[in-house]
Design a protein around this ligand. Structure first.
Ligand code: URA
Ligand code: URA
Length: 244
């Protein structure tokens, strides 16, 4: 983590200074500035001060820098920050709305009943949870699973953008009406959204039912199966297009 590194750099520097000059302290302005910035979660890159997480180079580093996030009131009520899980090299990203009670407790997306169904849906098209990356638009659970508020989306969606910048997936699947409408900034019906192929952050995006909706209405299982078949075919076509 940036702050740990800066603080240990500072100690090393202070020891060297003491060896050279005794107890009179000459501290480089630059070191003081970097340490002060790091303490505020900031860093300087190309002469510009930015939030340190924006400069993360790996998902792990990004997790370190954002999992204590307190930008919105959901920080007060969450148990765990639910970053996302899966292969950091995944070609496929699945995206839901927000953590529910089980996810909030365990810190992992889609681990409750809906999540178990999602695992089966993936298996139906020869994919496992380990093959893909799974996350949500919001990283923290809204109380009583209410829909995300616009302010929460505004604060949290940049983390998703950064995750996608690091993952560089070829294709995404949005799970459910709320996730799709929120990502695509539309009020179009789920039926309409399922019929098309969209783009999010320049990445092809397919929409299907939320697995929790299938638990309530099993009639939606058949169309979901068709959606994920379409999704799988699109993914295979994208991959084949790369072959020499
Ligand atoms: N529903 C979601 O949208 N995401 C989860 O992680 C779990 C349930
Ligand atoms: N309502 C939702 O919010 N999502 C679905 O997938 C279906 C109905």
């Amino acid at each position: 983590m940036a702050i740990d590194r800066s603080v240990s750099d500072l100690y090393r520097y202070l020891r060297q200074q003491r060896e050279r000059y005794g107890d009179t302290l000459y501290v480089d302005e630059e070191v003081i500035r970097e340490t002060e910035l790091a303490a505020q979660g900031l860093t300087e890159e190309n002469g510009e001060v930015t939030e340190a997480w924006k400069t993360a180079r790996t998902l792990e580093h990004l997790y370190d820098l954002i999992h204590d996030c307190r930008k919105c009131p959901l920080a007060e009520t969450r148990t765990k920050f639910v970053f996302g899980v899966g292969d950091p090299q995944a070609d496929i990203v699945l995206i839901g709305e927000a953590p529910g009670a089980d996810e909030d407790r365990q810190g992992e997306p889609f681990v409750g009943r809906a999540g178990q169904l999602l695992t089966k849906i993936l298996e139906a098209v020869d994919l496992s949870r380990e093959d893909v990356f799974i996350c949500n638009i919001l990283k923290c659970r809204p109380p009583n699973n209410r829909d995300p508020l616009p302010g929460e989306v505004e604060q949290c969606e940049p983390y998703l953008h950064k995750q996608l910048e690091l993952l560089k997936p070829r294709i995404m699947l949005a799970l459910g009406r709320i996730a799709a409408q929120t990502l695509l900034r539309t009020n179009d019906s789920l039926t309409k959204l399922r019929a098309g192929v969209h783009a999010y952050q320049g990445i092809p995006l397919v929409v299907t039912y939320h697995p929790a909706a299938l638990l309530r209405n099993p009639n939606w299982k058949r169309p979901t199966w068709e959606d994920v078949q379409k999704f799988r075919r699109m993914y295979d076509e994208l991959r084949n297009a790369d072959l020499p």
